[in-house]
Design a protein around this ligand. Structure first.
Ligand code: T1G
Length: 693
């Protein structure tokens, strides 16, 4: 008995051996943890005084999975399968004692135990699908044997964390013990198992629920059909489904063989590499080298928002959602009333979907106050302007805020592209000025670009990052330049997409390529959705571009039933002969000859300039690291997570190939296009963006 290695120990409590794992931060199944469990089991079994084993973890959680940092490296024994076998084939009953989140390999390990107990706050899940994987240690074969194939399909393809109560009802847990008394509760349960001479119950032998589903292929066909849209482009969900099918149709060991085969296919594929990269990128993005975690922050007890339109209203909801009072200011009462009406409607539709209690709708609405005077913001700790996207208007507002709002408050702009340094000059406190670029709809989109101006202070940055986390956003700290990170890269793509219209491609040709690549929609469908008339003015319009002509014809996008596409009453899009004619007229006027542009060229012409722009953004230190750029494009624009983001995609294609193609397209990319020196240098050195630290 005693320490087995640095992260595991074995102690005796009467005739029960307690095998404790203590490997912060999440007791992941590193080689040391695996070795400790195997050795601990051997010692417990060899000790005749031991009648049962409790497997428990110190720290914040039960085992939260395999150690993702070991993936892609040569496997080290003992394997997770060795751990599972050691437990499941033990001659003495093993009881898993669960707190925190038993996830992935952690839950799989618990499923190899003979019994499982947990505290009420514990959760169970198999989230491997989010890493582009599937439970590779028997989870796809054991889970359906307990909860049945239907619930197993839901769990493995959603990666959801299931609470203790639901897990108990589903049979994943045998008992819930009092909160904070896990060790005592598990020991008591173990003694009960001994006293009652309970059997060495193995999940692998529980075949009733899988046998009942045999001969019912519709379970899987219906599930695939119902989720086709959500799973589009992903490999892992389909592979998870196939493993559950194997659990239903094959004997256990053959099911395990199927699981191992499909697991390895995913593990060695680019989709999982991309999704594991994103897992770490989502944690890196919060780290700002010169703003340490212990930077002082400002308490934000009241938020002010100027503008109760789509953006202002959506932003307000974020803070009301976490119980922070919000004061909204508009210029006219009817605009204020309309804004409140939209917010209430949003909350009520969430409540209708059962995702919000009616009383919480009222609680959140009660946190909102409205006024026509900026003076009502005097006592706010954070004020965010979401007014018209015009520099003069914004500077005027900031000038007024400077004289109204208390000292020490943060003055933020929601601008999507304007120069935050210039906005800050309208105040005597540039250190308090920052950009908080929410993405529309602000109450839904996860991304927040936090724009650091030259004089923004570190406490203001630290507070903004901390607040972003509290409101459930994923925040990327970016520098000041036109379009910051996301929109600047978007412009690079739009330029190429529009240029190809003058070379023979139609909007629907370009959109199809990017949709098939995995984007939620292509550039032209996106423009129609956002509205073609953003920044367009009827008075100044000179029919000089396809977009201007469309707007002049009142074809302003989905909202007018026509834009690049024609839309039916359900807003289904179809290619428009009107748009085709406008494009052909422009080409005729320019004397341009249409040519066949391949899908591959469309894809390269749209994505490689994005990668190039990302490299420039890094050169100019507008983004801290390449993976921040990827986080922006995955969470702000829907870049498919299984392709890792534009910078990861560049690494996947190979920067040498990206540079070669950009040089080959040369003048086609437009007179303003220049190759990023950083991109060229990395390509020449055979390096990747991921090698940049
Ligand atoms: N391996 C290695 N490190 C991990 C890890 C893991 N599984 N999970 C978390 N970390 C690190 C994370 O990088 C961060 O490090 C710190 O722990 C805190 O994490 C065979 C193949 C458990 C719900 O997918 O969902 O098992 O930044 O910031 O918000 O079938 O971490 O501090 O240096 O996220 O409180 C399956 C992944 C693996 C669970 C806690 N398991 N982790 O959330 O903290 S694959 C998972 C999470 C597998 C088997 C398969 C969350 C969490 P740092 P955090 P949190």
């Amino acid at each position: 008995m005693g320490a087995i290695n640095a992260v595991t120990d074995l102690t005796a409590q009467g005739d029960v051996a307690v095998l404790t794992v203590n490997s912060p931060p999440v007791n992941a199944l590193s080689q040391q943890v695996r070795d400790g469990i195997v050795k601990g089991m051997q010692q417990a079994i060899a000790d005749s005084a031991v009648k049962a084993v409790v497997l428990i973890c110190d720290g914040r959680t039960f085992i939260a999975g395999a150690d993702i940092t070991e993936f892609g490296k040569p496997p080290q024994s003992p394997s997770l399968h060795d751990v599972c076998d050691a437990i499941e084939n033990s001659s003495k009953p093993v009881i898993a004692a669960i707190h925190g989140t038993a996830l992935g390999g952690g839950l799989e390990t618990a499923l190899c135990c003979h019994y499982r107990v947990a505290v009420p706050s514990a959760k169970c899940g198999l989230p491997e699908v989010h890493l582009g994987l599937l439970p590779g240690a028997g989870g796809t074969q054991r889970l359906p044997r307990i909860v049945g194939p239907e619930q197993a399909l839901q769990m493995v393809t959603s990666g959801a964390h299931v609470d203790a109560k639901t897990s108990l009802a589903a049979g994943l847990l045998d008992e819930i013990v009092p909160e904070g008394e896990l060790r005592a509760g598990a020991l008591a349960y173990a003694k009960k198992v001994i006293a009652e001479k309970r059997p060495l119950r193995k999940v692998r032998d529980m075949n009733e629920k899988v046998a009942a589903a045999r001969g019912k292929p519709e379970i899987f066909a219906d599930f695939r059909k119902a989720n086709a849209r959500k799973f589009r482009g992903f490999l892992a969900p389909e592979y998870n489904i196939r493993c559950i099918e194997a659990a239903v149709n094959l004997p256990f060991d053959q099911g395990i063989a199927t699981e191992r085969k499909l697991f390895m296919e995913l593990m060695t594929g680019t989709q999982s590499a991309a999704q594991r990269y994103v897992f770490f990128a989502e944690r890196q993005v919060w780290k700002v080298p010169d703003v340490p975690d212990d930077t002082a922050t400002i308490a934000v007890k009241k938020v002010g928002i100027i503008g109760a339109g789509t953006m202002g209203g959506g932003i307000a909801m974020n803070f009301a959602n976490i119980g922070i009072p919000v004061a909204l200011v508009e210029t006219k009462q009817d605009a204020l009333d309309r804004g409140f009406g939209v917010i209430r409607k949003n909350y009520e539709s969430t409540a209708k979907r059962g995702k919000l209690k009616p009383e919480d709708v009222e609680k959140r609405m009660a946190l909102l106050s409205g006024s026509l005077q900026l003076e009502s913001l005097a006592d706010c700790d954070l004020v965010i302007e979401a007014v018209f996207e015009n520099m003069d208007v914004k500077k005027e507002v900031f000038g007024k805020l400077d004289s109204i709002v208390k000292q020490g408050a943060i003055l933020a702009t929601n601008t999507s592209a304007l120069d935050v340094n210039e906005i800050a000059t309208a105040t005597k406190r540039p250190d308090a000025v920052i950009g908080l670029h929410f993405f529309s709809p602000a109450n839904v989109m996860r991304l927040l670009e936090i724009v650091r101006a030259q004089k923004t202070s570190k406490p203001v940055i630290a507070t903004s990052m901390q607040l972003a986390k509290k409101i459930g956003k994923i925040a990327a700290l970016v520098g000041v330049c036109p379009g910051f990170v996301g929109n600047r890269i978007l412009y690079a793509r739009q330029l190429q997409a529009q240029a190809m219209l003058m070379e023979g491609a139609m909007p629907w040709d370009v959109d199809k390529v990017l949709y098939d690549f995995g984007m939620p929609m292509g550039p032209f469908a996106m423009s129609d959705l956002a509205g073609l008339d953003i920044g367009w003015s009827k008075e100044k319009s000179k029919s000089s571009t396809v977009r201007e002509v469309l707007c002049e014809m009142d074809r302003r996008g989905q909202k007018t039933g026509a834009g690049f596409y024609d839309y039916d009453a359900e807003r289904n899009a179809k290619p428009s002969p009107v748009t085709e004619k406008i494009i052909k007229d422009f080409m005729a006027k320019a004397g341009a000859q249409a040519r066949k542009i391949t899908d591959q060229e469309i894809l390269e012409r749209c994505t490689y300039p994005m990668i190039n722009e990302g490299a420039k953004i890094l050169e100019e230190k507008i983004a801290i690291r390449p993976s921040d750029i990827d986080i922006v494009w995955i969470n702000g624009y829907g870049w498919p997570v299984y392709r890792g983001g534009p910078m990861f995609y560049g690494d996947t294609v190979g920067l040498k190939n990206v540079v070669a193609k950009l040089k080959e397209y040369g003048p086609k990319l437009g007179a303003g296009f220049t190759l990023s020196p950083l991109l060229e240098q990395l390509a020449a050195e055979g390096k990747r963006f991921q090698d940049l630290k």
